[in-house]
Design a protein around this ligand. Structure first.
Ligand code: ATP
Ligand code: MG
Ligand code: MG
Ligand code: MG
Length: 576
């Protein structure tokens, strides 16, 4: 590729709404362009990265025996009504109507369509196992689209679905995918961790997330440095002892002042200034198992402030609210709590503080807090700890660094991660709901045993940038760089020698299979270098008159502090 024919558009300043470095740098490097909230154009430079991610994913999925297809982005609602998700899924599911007033959804994922294909096409156990995948546009109307490609509303996901004859075979298919994911993430060249995740109602341990390690990650991951234990916080908390942490072992525990709390009390207690617009609201949550038993309980104190949109909050089993553990919308909370319309809105930056309720004393008045309105208070609440990053609901934890690892092999450490992949054993959840069966060896129909496997194709580059950048720009791992190498000729327009050497090197590198771009735009060296450092091309070769006189080029890796003189014939060795 020659830069003059390609499209390069870099910016000095990041857009004002870009909160995280990947969003800033990818916008400045001309890789993405915002069209609306959570909706981006993948510009030519960014698309090259995305295509490299897709290529690796495709190769490894094919190697693992999965078969590619492409399912529709716009899907008739009927299938989604069969599983109940058309009604049950919250506003993240984008529902649309056609000219005949018929309902459709824009796929956030595709279990329904793929299960419909399986029930029509996979008739016999002899056709199993089968794993279908697609690399396709998804839409999720995220409550808080943010961080550029990291949490978009329209994004690209690789989603795969396995179909098996029985549970053992399905678990084997799951393991094949988990192994393929390790190969995929190894190839990206990023630091990542595979962590156990909650498999929700399905139970068992067959759910893992692939988390790219980055300080700005939205997820907290818990691991044991002296063993291979690793879990996301949700899972780690589910395994942790349920009793409130004793004050002595938790330096963050504060002892509540007895009495009725107001917003002002809360503000004082937390030591944070609260504007007059702040509302506090306490929600009790019980996580209920399939058979109705309470798995764990939490109480959340939510301080709602400002004019931004509120995150989803987990809520269930508050007094008078008889719902299972799930996400609730602000509107639902409003109606369940019977708060006056507008009471919760406009609401904004969520400052959640985790409280642990001692179930034995839940009705005794140690600490009262609530919706700041009569009869909407909780009693018997003990403060557990507050949070370093208060606007991340996911962060409310009952597990802290130094806790014993559940495997007994050491103590726990916590780091932050970005969920870039997820493998999940589904069992017969969808096949039963959609009556999807095949004929077994015994001649009887049986439900498919399923698994689903996602990779955030467009989230991955953002995660890579969060992990690999410096003050000058992005530093791509070779595997997913938009170009592996750039040739920067100095004074190409003035010097025929430089022009010829640059063109020669360019064709030599292309012939050697290197994804190289020749910067023939005629920019000054300073501007040219600044562009490529921002864009993050890992290998740079500079060609100038002076060096050429002694047969030398300059090679510099994006991480190197200075360039190295290299004989023209030796440069290839640095790029492989
Ligand atoms: P998150 O917890 O970040 O909301 P999720 O658990 O809802 O993600 P999955 O349903 O597991 O996501 O989807 C598979 C993969 O798709 C995720 O691991 C992630 O990499 C990617 N993904 C999910 N939501 C988004 C989004 N809004 N923008 C970009 N990628 C996404
Ligand atoms: Mg999500
Ligand atoms: Mg998740
Ligand atoms: Mg997930």
């Amino acid at each position: 590729m020659k830069a003059s024919q390609f499209f390069i558009s870099t910016l000095k300043e990041a857009p004002a709404d870009a909160e995280v470095v990947s969003h800033q740098l990818m916008t400045r490097a001309g890789m993405i362009k915002k069209l609306g909230a959570g909706i981006y154009t993948y510009m030519p430079m960014g698309l090259r990265v995305i295509q490299k991610v897709e290529k690796i994913v495709r190769e490894e999925m094919n190697r693992a025996g999965a078969v590619e297809l492409t399912m529709p982005v716009v899907q008739p609602a009927e299938l989604w009504q069969e599983t109940g998700r058309f009604e049950k899924m919250g506003p993240e599911l984008l529902r649309i109507k056609d000219r005949h007033d018929r309902d459709f959804v824009v796929q956030p994922t595709s279990e329904e369509v793929v299960t419909d294909i399986a029930r029509q096409e996979l008739r016999s156990y002899k056709q199993l196992p089968k794993n279908f995948y697609q690399i396709q546009t998804k839409f999720r109307d995220e409550r808080r689209p943010r961080f550029g490609l990291m949490r978009g509303r329209e994004f690209i996901m690789k989603d795969a679905y396995s179909f098996d004859r029985d549970e053992a075979a399905a678990k084997a298919s799951y393991q094949v995918m988990a192994a393929a994911y390790r190969r995929i993430f190894d190839r990206f060249g990023l630091r990542y961790r595979a962590v156990a995740a909650d498999s929700g109602a399905i139970g068992g341990d067959l759910s893992e997330e692939f988390q790219v390690i980055a300080a700005t990650g939205e997820d907290a991951i818990v691991y044991c440095p002296s063993s291979d234990y690793a879990a996301n916080m949700e899972k780690a908390e589910a395994l942790a002892p349920q009793e409130p942490r004793p004050a002595a072992s938790n330096p963050l525990t504060k002892t509540p002042t007895p009495g009725k709390s107001t917003c002002a009390d809360v503000a004082e207690f937390l030591g944070m200034p609260l504007a007059n617009t702040v509302k506090s609201l306490v929600l009790a949550t019980d996580e209920v198992g399939e058979d109705g038993q309470v798995l764990r309980s939490q109480v959340w104190l939510l301080l709602l402030r400002g004019d931004r949109d509120m995150n989803e909050v987990k809520v269930s089993k508050v007094p008078g609210l008889d719902a299972g553990f799930r996400f609730a919308t602000v509107a639902e909370i409003e109606s369940h709590f019977g708060c006056k319309p507008g009471y919760l809105g406009p609401v904004g930056t969520l400052l959640p503080v985790k409280l642990v309720v001692d179930r034995e004393v839940a009705v005794m008045a140690d600490w009262v807090c609530g919706a700041n309105e009569a009869d909407f208070h909780m009693t018997g609440v003990n403060w557990a700890r507050d949070l370093p990053e208060p606007d991340l609901v996911a962060d409310l934890r009952n597990v802290v660094e130094g806790d014993a690892s559940p495997d007994g092999k050491g103590v726990l450490a916590i780091e932050r991660g970005i969920e870039v992949g997820h493998v999940f054993y589904l069992g017969t959840k969808y096949s039963k709901a959609m009556d999807a069966t095949f004929l077994g060896e015994d001649g009887k129909p049986a439900f498919f045993e399923m698994g689903c496997y996602g990779i955030g194709i467009t989230r991955l580059p953002a995660a890579a940038v969060e992990q690999n950048h410096d003050e000058r720009g992005i530093i791509w791992p070779d595997a997913i760089a938009p170009f592996t190498a750039v040739i920067c000729p100095i004074g190409m327009d003035r010097s025929e020698v430089v022009r010829q050497a640059a063109e020669q090197l360019y064709s030599d590198l292309l012939a050697a299979g290197i994804d190289v771009i020749l910067d023939d735009r005629g920019e000054r060296p300073g501007a040219m270098f600044a562009d490529w450092e921002l864009i993050g091309v890992p290998h740079r070769i500079t060609i100038g008159d002076r060096g050429l006189k002694s047969g030398q080029l300059e090679y510099q890796h994006r991480r190197d502090a200075a360039a190295t003189q290299v004989a023209v014939g030796d440069v290839l060795g640095f790029l492989k």
